[in-house]
Design a protein around this ligand. Structure first.
Ligand SMILES: NC(=O)c1ccc[n+]([C@@H]2O[C@H](COP(=O)([O-])OP(=O)(O)OC[C@H]3O[C@@H](n4cnc5c(N)ncnc54)[C@H](O)[C@@H]3O)[C@@H](O)[C@H]2O)c1
Length: 315
């Protein structure tokens, strides 16, 4: 079974290629990535073949997808801030890019799973966030992700294609670099904690997030591909719990066995206060999915940070 992963050299993609390399049903994994935020080195040891190029390049897409049974579409500009600075550029990659990938999947007869985001909920006060709530994207990034889901559903309805749209919530884990364009809080905390610097928190630190270990996300993606799981509505992929940034800082301190000083910065404009997913639909479709406790996920993340720092020091 040949599987194509767009954006496969990025954080989630590299973890997915590792997971797919351990699945006996998978004979070939091909990554299509323009390396704008991903790194070819992330794929070392996975056996994945890399095609360097953009999902916007139709002939390249068609060539790459020839003979593929399934496509995991992760390629995107994953930054809300960048989408506000350049809405049309974001639309081109995240919305038009998704349309091109789905069209190429249709021509190849391939199953498609596409990456959406909890950003489609905007700052709705409802918690947990259930997929049937009306979407309320507040950024061009959120709007592009809503378009991603809508196109996946439209291709299923119009052409009978097998598709699945997944809404990821605050994914963290190995290969998520602290200097990525999308400045996620867990890699930033891990990096500063290991350097002995204070952890930086915007606002009072009581804002909460549904932190989801990347191992959970890639297990869902690999199972979806191998079982060709479909849904006519988007599916949240999350842990289903909420943790405040102050609790997160304290958890890092417990794991590292030393108090970690925290420095508060002004609150970020438009920061979402609370975010927790309803995982009913996820567990109905993936009943064997195991939750990875935050402590376990953070320990694995810190080990990866230590290993990468040691490798950098040796290089
Ligand atoms: N990390 C999270 O918490 C999170 C949350 C919600 C949704 N997502 C979505 O999951 C997907 C993967 O995110 P990630 O965190 O791994 O980000 P990432 O930046 O590490 O990965 C994105 C990859 O897409 C590639 N890419 C960008 N534009 C491309 C183009 N035009 N053609 C080909 N490749 C291109 C990048 O080089 C990169 O390797 C994205 O669609 C993102 O929007 C991530």
């Amino acid at each position: 079974m040949k599987i194509v992963v767009t954006g496969g050299a990025g954080f989630i993609g590299a973890n997915l290629c590792g997971e797919l390399s351990r699945r006996p049903e998978v004979s070939q994994v091909v990554v299509l990535d323009d390396l704008s935020s991903g790194r070819a080195e992330n794929l070392q040891g996975t056996g994945a073949d890399i095609v360097k190029g953009s999902i916007l390049d139709r002939p390249l897409l068609e060539d790459t997808l020839a003979g593929a049974a399934a496509v995991v579409h992760l390629a995107a500009r994953p930054s809300v801030a960048m989408s506000v600075a350049d809405p049309e550029g974001c639309h081109e990659v995240n919305a038009t890019g998704t349309l091109r990938v789905l069209e190429a999947c249709r021509l190849a007869g391939a199953y498609a799973v596409v990456a959406s985001s909890c950003a489609v909920y905007g700052d709705r006060p409802d918690n947990p966030k259930h997929e049937d709530l009306p979407a309320l994207p507040l950024s061009p990034y959120g709007a592009g992700k809503l378009a991603t889901e809508a196109y996946a559903q439209a291709y299923a309805a119009s052409f009978g294609m097998r598709t699945l749209a997944l809404r990821f919530f605050n994914v963290y884990g190995p290969f998520q670099a602290a200097d990525h364009v999308y400045a996620a809080v867990i890699p930033a905390f891990a990096d500063r904690a290991l350097r002995g610097e204070p952890l930086l928190i915007h606002g009072d630190g009581l804002q909460t997030r549904d932190f989801t270990y990347v191992g959970t996300v890639v297990r869902v993606l690999a199972d979806a591909v191998l079982r060709q799981v479909v849904s006519d509505a988007p599916v949240n992929v999350a842990q289903g719990s909420r943790t405040s940034l102050l609790e997160l800082a304290a958890e890092f301190g417990r794991i590292l066995d030393r108090p970690l000083p925290v420095e508060h910065l002004p609150a970020r404009e438009g920061d979402i206060r609370d975010s927790r997913a309803s995982c009913e639909r996820l567990h109905r479709l993936f009943p064997d999915l195991e939750r990875v406790p935050l402590e376990t996920g953070l320990r694995r993340t810190l080990s990866w940070f230590r290993r990468s720092a040691a490798e950098e020091a040796r290089a």
